[in-house]
Design a protein around this ligand. Structure first.
Ligand SMILES: NC(=O)c1ccc[n+]([C@@H]2O[C@H](COP(=O)([O-])OP(=O)(O)OC[C@H]3O[C@@H](n4cnc5c(N)ncnc54)[C@H](OP(=O)(O)O)[C@@H]3O)[C@@H](O)[C@H]2O)c1
Length: 353
């Protein structure tokens, strides 16, 4: 096991209790367990879960903690059983604090512990900011498509899928990752987003994109699927906001009929129970838990290969919230206020601490 350099401290944005603002403190640099990696973060992205935990706690029960699920940087130490990675590799990882409640596994600090199975090498031409954008969103979509919707993973040449796939809220972080995974699985992707993002989503692989503000959006999607010859029996509501769940369920009912499957990003909203549609919720952390084998295949092999050959790109676009880790709270406040097709990122300058 390589030793962690002692020259820089570990600056951390710590949540001491809830509710509370993040507090900047120095923490010890974590040491890796057998299957763990210590990454010196260069960029860290914010997720809605971070501000939600800060407001409500769930699912974190252990404080103090460090929030953050998206880490990107350079490996400075590896555990004894890590074989896929070495010191100095440039990597992105889905940091596991939400699954294991371990403060060392939170992203908003200079050094984060990553599980090797949730880590992927990024190409030389990908910036750390770009690399921080997608790990958690990808894990969320991975579980949504391959576990909740039961789509087999791709291990060889894939023939075009018979069903269309609906992705509601496709300009979100989770949505853009789902669009790319579904496109690679050769689905005709019917997506919804604000018009400003339609072109980008088509370039990421959406077949057709619809404005969810349009009052006849459901009818338009159903008609488009019919004329494309691919009724929609599978759907992912990747935002689960407002009436999105009902609209997505209505598309499946009208297009594919009974027997469709719809996966949600959040728990099923109360007050509406579509008949004949199987509803489930994705949980990104399952890629560490009961779906660890799938997660390992994805992060260590599939995603890494796709990033290298360009069949998955960093999306959505990122915006740096200036001020380093000290700006983590600003990033969470800004995310809570709402973003459109944008990932908020803080950058880390460990060398000048
Ligand atoms: N279950 C899990 O494990 C898990 C993991 C990660 C995230 N999540 C949850 O998934 C949700 C999405 O996360 P994220 O990081 O992808 O969010 P995000 O990028 O911050 O979402 C912002 C996007 O949501 C879109 N949007 C808002 N309301 C919409 C609506 N009614 N219909 C369609 N699109 C709408 C906006 O689209 P336009 O700008 O185009 O209007 C915007 O681009 C959050 O609730 C998050 O907590 C769950």
């Amino acid at each position: 096991m390589a030793t962690v350099p002692k020259s820089y401290g570990n600056v951390a944005a710590v949540l001491e209790q809830i509710p509370a603002r993040l507090k900047i403190i120095d923490r010890p640099i974590p040491k890796p367990g057998p299957d763990e990696i210590v990454v010196r973060n260069h960029a860290i992205a914010a997720n809605p879960a971070d501000w939600k935990i800060q407001d409500y706690g769930f699912p974190i029960t252990k404080f103090p903690t460090v929030l953050g699920s998206d880490s990107c940087g350079v490996i400075v130490a590896i555990g004894d059983s890590v074989t896929k990675f070495k010191v100095r590799d440039r990597v992105a990882g889905f940091a596991g604090v939400i699954y294991n409640q371990d403060i060392n596994h939170g992203a908003f600090q200079s050094y984060t512990l990553l599980r090797d199975i949730a880590t992927t090498k990024i190409p030389d031409n990908m910036s750390f900011e770009e690399g921080s954008v997608f790990p958690m969103a990808m894990a969320t979509s991975l579980i949504a498509l391959h576990v909740c919707l039961g789509i087999p993973r791709s291990t060889g040449p894939i023939t075009p899928q018979q069903s269309g796939l609906l992705i509601w809220g496709a300009s979100s972080s989770v949505g853009t990752s789902a669009v790319q995974l579904a496109r690679n699985l050769r689905f005709k992707v019917f997506a919804t987003a604000s018009p400003a993002h339609h072109q980008t989503l088509k370039s990421l692989g959406a077949f057709e994109v619809f404005d969810y503000h349009d009052s006849s959006v459901v009818d338009k999607i159903v008609a488009a699927a019919k004329s494309a010859g691919t009724p929609i029996t599978l759907g992912f509501d990747s935002v689960t906001e407002g009436i999105s769940f009902k609209q997505a369920a209505d598309v499946l009912t009208a297009s594919g009929g009974k027997g469709g499957k719809l996966v949600l990003a959040l728990p099923q909203p109360e007050g509406y129970a579509p008949e004949g549609i199987e509803i489930s919720q994705t949980i990104a952390a399952r890629s560490f838990m009961d779906q660890a084998e799938l997660g390992k295949w994805f992060f260590n092999d599939y995603l890494q290969d796709c990033l290298a050959n360009g069949s998955i790109v960093s999306a959505p676009r990122f915006e740096v919230v200036p001020g380093g880790i000290q700006a983590a709270q600003n990033a969470l406040d800004k995310l809570k206020a709402g973003v459109s097709g944008t990932k908020l990122v803080v950058t880390v300058d460990c060398g000048h601490h």
